[in-house]
Design a protein around this ligand. Structure first.
Ligand code: ADP
Ligand code: ZN
Length: 647
């Protein structure tokens, strides 16, 4: 299949052509090689620092553009005779596409991993030792083998080892969520090759994890770059969980017909059920979780990357390293563990910068389940305490009635103004003062504990509590004589749904705990403050269960496209749409020939811009974002031909 490395005729043509002046400035490389006109955010600063040989630790959100932070320096340093950049990446399944993307822009790159035949691996090793590679991708366990270290040694002696880029650097920390034992060995790189600059990159690192990365990778002296964590094109929405599957289906049909996206669920079982159900409803959905065999996982991932409009229903086993740029939504049917996970998962939407949705349903059971998972885990008390406080922060986000983005960014230490692009900004939720209701519920639970009549248990679950509060004479109420309690019927004015919201908030805020097999409700110490009226409680009025109400939908139509499966990412007239379709058909051919996902050839946004502006010459074509020198040379003439006669 010609996977690892193919000598690139275009590249050698460029290199041997005395008329072509090779760019030696970061911005020129960005434009000529990658076809982009501007660095994003902190990229320029990071690139400058690394090109000059400095170590760096980069925190940048998912989709922020981390790859260019080492790819541009890799090209520049290779051109300056400094040799190869070694990229440490934990995910061998994705190296193929990453390397393919570099070949498309004319950069000599390869990967070494267990999927290669022996011959192919030897060939790449020879290319590496001959100094012909600009970038080499490998997994940490590969890099730490004696054979590989010996090759690095040989390059190092000849001053042909340019840079180490350590991707997903949080994997080195046990505090992070993706700890990988093999990462611990990477400190060897610094010990054996002390002069070679290192760039560690991650999208998620709280203070703890950050400290771990620095210590374990020996990056104490590295410069820290914290990019803006804002992903302005992502719209955050969190809805009351009502009938989650139906809510999801409505969201997909109303907002994302024909779009590719990811639906996260907590359990394998729920993944299977949800995928089957979506399929039965006519969507193209695939399951993905760690219980499926490797082959099926790979097939499903491939289809997600290569076909259009596939919905991947997955546990968190799916997603790290997925760099598909046109994921239009990430939906959560269950609550993630904490804000770091939520942000990393939702960050997989809209890497291309076009509008995308992060949508979540959230309900009482989520709070109870997550709390329980922490309580029942085998972890030590310190770890549990940390997990609880992280969960609390996420619950506060879910219950919030102010701007979600302001809260998210504040969590990552960044101040901001209300964003205008989250559910709460678009439609300020109504709130009501639930202080009184909360006190009634807590005092009823208190009475259960005090009341000894009819040998009743001292604690109950939400169902019985609501019966008592609402004055319902159920069998259990009669059996325990709970209709004699002073709190019997004091909450008849609220509906059951409203009461559940009150309970959820009380649990989310930590005033109540749900314990044991039956989720019996128990007062926490802080409940006393609520009972004394020292804490006020303001709750959201449950919104219209539709994922986006009328207004959200209306606001959205101004930014969506013409409908149907092949929607261009910007408004095109009829002939423009035809040209776009023709370009996509052409791209599909190329992608098939090269055995790569279509977006590696060109992003939708690039094709749409071609269809809109209809360049007539190669020069004009070169001006479009996403068209670098190599792609221009390879594909320019064909694109002009497709544009000239789309049919
Ligand atoms: P990350 O690894 O941080 O999640 P990527 O490196 O995959 O993000 O970049 C996300 C997307 O943004 C990619 O499709 C990439 O081509 C695009 N991108 C990154 N930097 C730029 C830039 N300066 N100009 C235009 N597009 C960019
Ligand atoms: Zn907002």
């Amino acid at each position: 299949m010609g996977l690892g490395y193919h000598p690139d005729p275009t590249m050698s043509a460029v290199l041997s052509d005395p008329e072509t002046t090779l760019a030696s400035e970061p911005l020129q490389v960005l434009a000529q090689v990658f076809g982009y006109t501007q660095f994003r955010g902190a990229q320029q600063e990071i690139v400058d620092h690394v090109v000059a040989g400095g170590d760096a630790l980069v925190l940048m959100p998912t989709g922020g553009g981390k790859s260019l932070c080492y790819q541009v320096p890799a090209v520049l340093r290779h051109r300056a005779g400094q040799g190869v950049t070694v990229v440490v990446s934990p995910l061998i399944a994705l190296m193929h596409d990453q390397v393919g993307a570099l070949h498309e822009v004319g950069v000599a790159a390869a990967f070494l991993n267990s999927t290669l035949e022996g011959d192919e691996a030897r060939r790449i090793e020879r290319e590496l030792l001959a100094g012909r590679l600009t970038l080499l991708y490998a997994a940490p366990e590969r890099i730490l083998t004696p054979r590989f270290l010996a090759m690095l040694e040989s390059l190092h002696e000849r001053k042909r080892l340019s840079l180490f880029a350590i991707d997903e650097a949080h994997c080195v920390s046990q505090w992070g969520h993706d700890f990988r034992e093999e990462y611990l060995g990477l400190s060897a790189l610094h010990e054996r090759f002390p002069g070679v600059p290192r760039l560690a990159l991650t999208a998620t690192a709280d203070d703890h994890t950050r400290a771990d990365i620095k210590e374990r990778l020996q990056l104490e002296a590295a410069r820290l770059f914290v990019a803006s964590f804002d992903r302005p094109n992502i719209r955050y929405t969190i809805v009351e969980k009502d009938e989650p599957k139906k809510q999801l289906l409505r969201f997909l049909r109303d907002e994302h017909d024909g779009d590719a996206g990811i639906v996260y669920c907590q359990s394998r079982k729920r993944v299977e059920e949800t995928a089957a159900w979506l399929n039965a409803e006519g969507l193209s959905a695939l399951p993905y979780h760690a219980g499926l065999d490797t082959d099926m996982r790979r097939r499903h991932q491939d289809r997600f990357l290569r076909d259009e409009g596939v919905v991947m229903v997955a546990t968190i086993a799916f997603g790290m390293g997925i760099d598909k740029p046109d994921v239009r939504f990430v939906a959560h049917l269950d609550l993630p563990k904490n804000i770091e996970s939520y942000y990393q998962e939702t960050g997989r939407a809209g890497r291309d910068g076009l509008p995308a949705d992060a949508w979540m349903t959230y309900g009482l059971a989520d709070v109870v389940n997550q709390r329980r998972m922490i309580d029942e885990s085998e972890a030590g008390e310190d770890f549990k305490r940390l997990q609880r406080s992280k969960l609390d922060a996420l619950l506060a986000l879910a219950e919030a009635h102010d701007c979600r983005r302001v809260r998210l960014l504040a969590y990552f230490g960044q101040a901001s103004e209300p964003c205008g692009n989250c559910d709460n900004c678009l439609r300020a939720p109504a709130t009501w003062d639930a202080t009184d209701a909360a006190r009634k519920a807590l005092s009823c639970i208190y009475r259960f504990r005090q009341y000894g009549g009819a040998r009743a248990p001292r604690a109950f679950g939400a169902g019985h509590l609501l019966d008592v509060l609402r004055g319902k004479r159920s069998e259990k109420v009669a059996q325990y004589g709970h209709d004699e309690l002073s709190t019997f019927g004091i909450g008849a004015d609220l509906s059951e749904a409203q009461w559940r919201l009150v309970l959820r908030q009380l649990i989310a805020l930590g005033h109540l705990r749900a314990e044991g097999e039956y989720n019996t409700l128990v007062l926490a110490d802080s409940a006393r403050e609520v009972l004394r009226g020292e804490v006020a409680l303001h709750l959201r009025v449950p919104a219209d269960p539709r994922p986006h109400g009328k207004q959200g939908k209306a606001a959205r139509t101004t930014r969506t496209r013409s409908g149907g499966a092949a929607r261009p990412p910007l408004a095109l007239d009829e002939t423009g749409t035809e040209r776009f379709a023709a370009l996509k058909a052409w791209r599909a051919e190329v992608a098939r020939e090269h055995n790569l996902p279509a977006y590696v050839v060109f992003h939708d946004a690039t094709l749409a811009e071609m269809a809109r502006s209809v360049p007539a010459t190669l020069d004009e074509l070169a001006g479009i974002s996403g068209v670098g020198t190599t792609k221009l040379e390879r594909y320019g003439a064909e694109i002009l031909r497709v544009l000239a006669s789309p049919a």
